[in-house]
Design a protein around this ligand. Structure first.
Ligand code: C5P
Length: 285
């Protein structure tokens, strides 16, 4: 196998709704997902024993608990191939534990790249099915672009893309436990939900402002105090800087804003970066 390289794009939730708890312990979700240009680079080569993961972030798992390694193992198992001697190198730019599906996107990149390099000829649909076993966001990340995701996150319907725009992403320092946020949401009656149908209509119409106005994430209502305060402050800063809309992505804590012009996005990014080191300016894909 020659060395292979694949790009792993970050995802944003334009909407995120939790419809209920399922008998399998997961939650029924309804989300509009969008890829952005902020990305990791995933390289796979032959080397070492077993399967190993290296990255520019020393705290990431280096063994099979890393989603990238888990994806390689699942794919090789499905294809009846040996996964011994695979080395995965992650050049991480997407913030970790941030609600941007960084780990899931790395896993999806491994599925696409290995599928190609090993000549397995699985379709994207088949790769998404294998990805389901790795994590709920992996099937979406196999495809990327703009999608409606339902079920655990694996029931995907393509949507017209969000009109091209600038995106400022800001991850406050706090970490949030995804299972803990799902438990919190189980304990409340949600009164505010995203208008998913309205979002779909705005996308159909190519209406960026309409889509930005309809962005909403139900997890914003159940955030523990310090995170909730930081998220609200970042949203305010983005809107005051001229964002068409701002929203938290996934289970957070990253907040993003959509901008029509580069100068406003640049100003927002500069202002937020003074307080939050992990602030990025990117564009939609
Ligand atoms: O599938 P994944 O491993 O990414 O999910 C991480 C955690 O998020 C799960 O253990 C579960 O607590 C929660 N989750 C959920 N319902 C979903 C997706 C994730 O409850 N649809």
């Amino acid at each position: 196998m020659a060395e292979m390289r694949e790009t792993a794009w970050a995802k944003l939730n334009l909407t995120l709704d939790v419809l209920g708890k399922r008998p399998d312990g997961y939650h029924e979700l309804c989300m509009v997902m969008q890829s952005v240009a902020l990305s990791d680079t995933v390289t796979i080569r032959q080397g070492g024993a077993g399967i190993s993961v290296r990255s520019n972030l020393e705290f990431l798992p280096t063994g099979p608990t890393n989603l990238a390694a888990s994806a390689a193992i699942r794919l090789c198992e499905a294809a009846g191939r040996d996964w011994n001697g695979l080395e995965i190198v992650l050049d991480k730019k997407i913030p970790v534990c941030a609600g941007l599906a960084g780990g899931s996107s790395d896993a999806a990149a491994v599925l696409r790249g290995l599928n190609r390099e090993l000549g397995l000829n699985y379709s994207l649909q088949e790769l998404a099915r294998i990805g389901e076993q790795v994590g709920s966001d992996v099937p979406y990340c196999v495809y990327g672009s703009t999608m409606l995701a339902r079920g655990r996150g694996e029931v995907l319907t393509p949507l017209p893309p969000l009109p091209w725009c600038y995106v400022v992403l800001c991850k406050p320092r706090y970490s949030i436990s995804t299972p803990e946020l799902f438990r919190r949401i189980d304990g409340v009656r949600l009164t505010c939900r995203p208008d998913t149908a309205g979002m779909e209509e705005a996308l159909q119409a190519g209406d960026l402002a309409g889509a930005a106005r309809r962005m909403y994430n139900v997890f914003e209502d159940v955030l523990p105090r310090p995170v909730g305060t930081a998220v609200a402050e970042i949203k305010r800063t983005l809107i005051e800087a001229g964002a068409l809309g701002a929203c938290m992505s996934g289970t957070g804590p990253t907040v993003f804003g959509l901008f029509e012009t580069l100068d406003r996005a640049w100003d927002a990014c500069t202002t937020l970066r003074k307080v939050h080191k992990e602030t990025f300016l990117t564009v939609t894909l």
